[in-house]
Ligand binder design. Sequence first.
Ligand SMILES: Cc1cc2nc3c(=O)[nH]c(=O)nc-3n(C[C@H](O)[C@H](O)[C@H](O)COP(=O)(O)OP(=O)(O)OC[C@H]3O[C@@H](n4cnc5c(N)ncnc54)[C@H](O)[C@@H]3O)c2cc1C
Length: 487
Amino acid sequence: MIRTAEQYVESLRDGRVVYQDGKRITDVVAQWPRSVQRAASEFYVATLPQHRALFTMMEDGEEVSFSFKVPTTPEDLQRRRQILLTLNQLGAGGSRLTGIDGLNGVAFGAAKVDAAMGTHYAENMAKYRAWCKKNDPSICAAVSDPKGNRELHAEDPRQAHKDFYVRIVDRKKDGIVISGCKLHISDAIIATELMVLPSRNHNETGKDYAVACAVPCNAKGVTFLATGGSAGGGHPMIIFEEVFVPWERVFLAGEWQFSREVATSFARYHRLTAATYKTSSLDALAGLAMLMAKYNGLTRATRIQDMLGWFAMYATVTEALGKAAALSGTVDPDTGQARPNAVYTNCAKYWFASQWHEAMKYLQDITGGIAATMPSMKDWENPETRPYIEKYLQGDARYPTEERIKAINRVIQEGSTFSGVLSIHAEGSLATQKMVLYQQADWARFEAAAKYSMGYKVDHPDFKNRLGIGQSPWTLPESLIHPKTKK
Ligand SMILES: Cc1cc2nc3c(=O)[nH]c(=O)nc-3n(C[C@H](O)[C@H](O)[C@H](O)COP(=O)(O)OP(=O)(O)OC[C@H]3O[C@@H](n4cnc5c(N)ncnc54)[C@H](O)[C@@H]3O)c2cc1C
């Protein structure tokens, strides 16, 4: 089924335990109506005639959300991108942004564990997917653990305690009991379900940390601590205190050898999601740079044009890498599951994240010092002080002062620590993408290219039929090199 926006909103009043800024929040809808409205709009949009064909599909005579489909082709991956782009354009969504990647990442891992260990996690996952199609939940991926000392494994006795990574603390006949904490879980407070999965590899001695499962947001023992001062609950800490999870919602429970597989499989999907939502925000960033240049009367300056050209490249390369990651995704022969191209998806995330501070340098350079010293918008609203701002903070006379100061405020927001840290760390810190690139890049091809360029005969299929260096398909005849002069 497709839930209505109203059904989604009502479902949030389910007794979930939430705190923010020192207080218990008893009604998340009343506390954060704008975030809830944004998330609820995803359900509303899915039912609109102009979007229905994109957002939903028919299965066994029932209309269900396309996002819950197992992606089986690169086109499915691209369609999920299209859904995210549409949501961005409409100012909707959020509470399912990470969870679908969690679902697909864990599903892939579950099938691999089953194949190697004879477990039945893929069956659990298939049933859970069917449940999702029937109940249309919003889902968040709860991956990042607090980690404690990063140099040490979870179970290392030198860690201050055992709970820096979510772990299984008990195994019962009908399920497992988990404890621990996940950090920074975007929009989790306004989700229905948490897809819990490991954030890294674990050793045999730390097998209890190899756990993936689905937990309802209102499960007994789950507590959310919202991001301090955030207007929408932000990216909360989630504490799991002896939370019972029935076996049918468990997708990994102790198979430590697959902990990394599950984590990286999620990341492969999630970095594509990141490159997709960034596409919209980087379009706006490039536009903001151009507008600031216009307001400041700078568009004819070649050094400013140089920076603007860079912005166009920044946005366009991110978009292109995201599209390439989806459309050159591969279908795993064992599971039939389509996954983004690992190299492109990691390049996409690394590219936009590693260049973010460069972008801020250019944006702040174009804007000028006012981005650090702006009077408050309250002074703009105050009739006594507004005329000063109106007069002295105008730039090029063709544009109203209000447009310029709004753009300056946007530059201030973009340059915030939050935006910088979001770019660098959300979807994994920069080192994690380079690690995957090192592991997944086609080194055999790169090496063959190098050897070929040095004149070696190379056996690699992309090079073995090539002509030798210096040879060309067409031979310039002697008669054209040294034409006989006509008498
Ligand atoms: C706004 C925002 C939203 C987020 N949303 C979500 C979400 O929805 N779901 C979710 O699960 N997570 C989410 N995250 C978490 C994000 O994935 C992590 O912040 C990221 O993976 C980095 O982990 P960390 O914060 O623990 O930093 P760390 O991993 O501690 O990174 C700090 C530095 O230490 C380095 N480092 C870490 N360990 C080692 C090591 N063993 N050896 C050498 N160097 C090391 C890193 O490369 C980095 O340079 C979000 C983060 C942000 C900022």
